[in-house]
Structure formats: structure tokens, C-alpha cells
Design a protein around this ligand. Structure first.
Ligand code: ASP
Length: 323
């Protein structure tokens, strides 16, 4: 079998984190170690030739939209290199969802692109980074992986960028794919797929300008002054993380109706964390469908930046819910 050549692009995160004691799994500096240190923890792979490059050294809490765009451009360049068969991106877990989803919306399905990270720093007594990286490499070495779109490997599971969510703040098993379940599993170096390839073509170019979109969450006693500050603050779009099926407190509903009439693009999502927002024609807003508020925001940033007409937003969200 041809030896696959995989590029590891390091961006920082806990997988490259360092603490002063092997006990520490919370107090550490993310992105402290260079990619060479991550590679040194891996066993030799007979069938994979690994190249590694330090692209960024960030705590992913600081991975901003400009970072998504720069990383997408970098990966697109690598995908165009005929010598490289796949890419593994090491990344902080805090905003792994956002970066994976942005890449999913903007990158071609040319070659496997797998993101991974760790919940424990590299210096912890039982660090999860080396196994996650090893498993991500096994998935990246499978040509079939490209046909699933952007994937994330964490704790022996393969998640589709569309469904991935961080569901626990410190457990090693912190990620899931909610109702959809994982796209596959990795065990003893073998990859088992649980879903058929489902990815569609990218919807936007990596360099699409990004519209300014804010998220507001509903809660009992939500402050009309806060809502007013956002809708009059220059945003082009707003994702409303409402109760249950995206419902909106009566105290602020008229403000949102008025903002929508003035041209603000408002997407009704749910703060629940799983499930979907079903149509409510009376609400008059775009429904996030199956996208959570954070994924809905990125889709809306791209759609508004690309100048998509308002009438095409609902079909886009419906379509993305199944991609
Ligand atoms: N704050 C870290 C980061 O996102 C957390 C992690 O990687 O788990 O970079």
C-alpha cells in the first residue's frame, strides 16, 4: 500500500498545553509547546509519513474569525499540493466547533481534513493528546474521510463538523454529536465508519467577507436595554438563542419585530443545545433549523458577507441542517 503523507498543522490549544505539575488538568498554559513536542510523543507509523508545521500558537478562546479565514486559506493551499494526502489540525477544544464548522462551509472536499485536540495538557499524568492525535492521523490516512467533509476526532470517536458540540467542560469525553451520533469510531488503529459519506460542496469561499452577527440568549427577565444596544449597535445580523423551539420573551419580541422590519437579519435558534427549531410562520424570522446558535451565527456571517438575498436565508439554513 502507498505510504500516505499527512501534514499536521498545529494551532495551539490544550493538546500543546504545559503545566508545572502532572496533577494539573485545569491550571496550565494552552499552546505552550511546539509541534515537535507533540510529534515526539507519537510512535512511528509504518504506513504514514508525517510532516508537521506550526501554523499558530493560540489558546482557542482567542481564535477569532480572521484565524478561521487564515487557517482555511492555509489548508486550501495544502490541499492543492499533490504530494500531501491529508491534513490533521491540532486545535484548542474551546472553539473547536466554530473552526470546524467554518472550514466545513468553506473548504473543498478534496482531501481528508481532521481536527483534534485534548482536554488534558501534554504534561498531565494521563494526557489524552497523543492518542487523539494518533487516531486523527489514522482517519486522515483514509481517502474516504474526505467525503464526510470536515471531521473531528476526539476520544476514539469521529464527529462530523455539522453535529459536533462540546458537551462537558473538563471530562476527557467532552464531545458528542447530539442526536446524529458519531460518524465513526477509531479503535486499536482501525477506523470504523458509522455513517455514509454525506458532505456536500462548500457553500462559500474561504475569503468571503464576514458580516457582523451577534448572539443574544433569552432568559427570564432578559434586559430590553441589552437587546436595544445590540440591535442599534451596527450588527447586520442577530441570532436569537431562544427558549425551547426558539421562542422569544414577550418583553423583547416587539423590539425584534421592529428590528427585522428595519432590515436586521434575525435567525431564531434554540438555547437548548440539541434538537432543532421547527418552523413557526407567525414568528416571521429565519429559523436556524438544526443549527445551534454558534453554528447559525457563522452561517449567517458568511451569508450576509456574501450578499445573499434575505429570501435565500431560510433555504440555506434548511439545507445546512442536513449537510
Ligand atoms: N483553552 C483551551 C483552548 O481551547 C482549552 C482546550 O484546548 O481544551 O485552547
Amino acid at each position: 500500500m502507498k505510504r500516505r503523507r499527512i501534514l499536521v498543522l498545529a494551532t495551539g490549544g490544550t493538546i500543546a498545553g504545559a503545566a508545572s505539575s502532572p496533577h494539573d488538568t485545569s491550571g496550565y498554559r494552552a499552546g505552550a509547546l511546539p509541534v515537535e513536542a507533540l510529534m515526539a510523543a507519537l510512535p512511528e507509523q509504518e504506513d504514514i509519513r508525517i510532516d508537521a508545521r506550526q501554523a499558530f500558537s493560540l489558546d482557542s478562546k482567542d481564535a477569532l474569525p480572521e484565524f478561521w479565514q487564515a487557517l482555511a486559506r492555509e489548508i486550501a493551499r495544502v490541499q492543492a499540493d499533490p504530494g500531501i494526502d491529508g491534513v490533521v489540525v491540532t486545535h484548542g477544544t474551546d472553539t473547536l466547533e466554530e473552526t470546524a464548522w467554518f472550514l466545513h462551509l468553506t473548504l473543498p472536499l478534496a482531501k481528508p481534513v481532521i481536527l483534534t485536540g485534548a482536554m488534558r495538557p501534554a504534561t498531565a499524568a494521563s494526557a489524552d493528546g497523543p492518542m487523539n492525535l494518533l487516531q486523527a492521523l489514522r482517519v486522515a490516512a483514509q481517502p474516504r474521510a474526505a467525503r464526510h467533509g470536515i471531521l473531528v476526532v476526539m476520544n476514539s470517536r469521529i464527529h462530523h463538523a455539522r453535529h459536533l458540540r462540546k458537551a462537558h467542560s473538563y471530562h476527557v469525553d467532552a464531545f458528542d454529536s447530539a442526536d446524529a451520533g458519531p460518524a465513526g469510531v477509531v479503535q486499536d488503529g482501525f477506523v470504523g465508519w458509522l455513517s455514509t459519506p454525506c458532505a456536500s460542496a462548500p457553500r462559500f469561499a474561504p475569503d468571503t467577507p464576514l458580516g457582523q452577527v451577534e448572539i443574544l440568549a433569552d432568559y427570564p427577565g432578559v434586559s430590553p436595554a441589552l437587546v436595544a444596544a445590540v440591535i442599534h449597535g451596527g450588527a447586520q445580523g442577530l441570532v436569537w438563542a431562544g427558549y425551547g423551539n426558539g421562542s422569544i420573551s414577550s418583553a423583547v419580541q416587539p423590539m425584534l419585530d421592529e428590528a427585522r422590519r428595519r432590515g436586521l437579519a434575525i435567525v431564531r435558534a434554540s438555547r437548548v443545545g440539541a434538537g432543532r427549531v421547527w418552523r413557526d410562520e407567525t414568528a416571521g424570522f429565519v429559523n436556524a433549523s438544526g443549527l445551534d446558535p454558534y453554528k447559525a451565527r457563522i452561517a449567517l456571517m458568511l451569508a450576509l458577507g456574501a450578499g445573499m438575498p434575505r429570501g435565500r436565508l431560510q433555504p440555506l439554513f434548511d439545507d445546512l441542517s442536513y449537510s
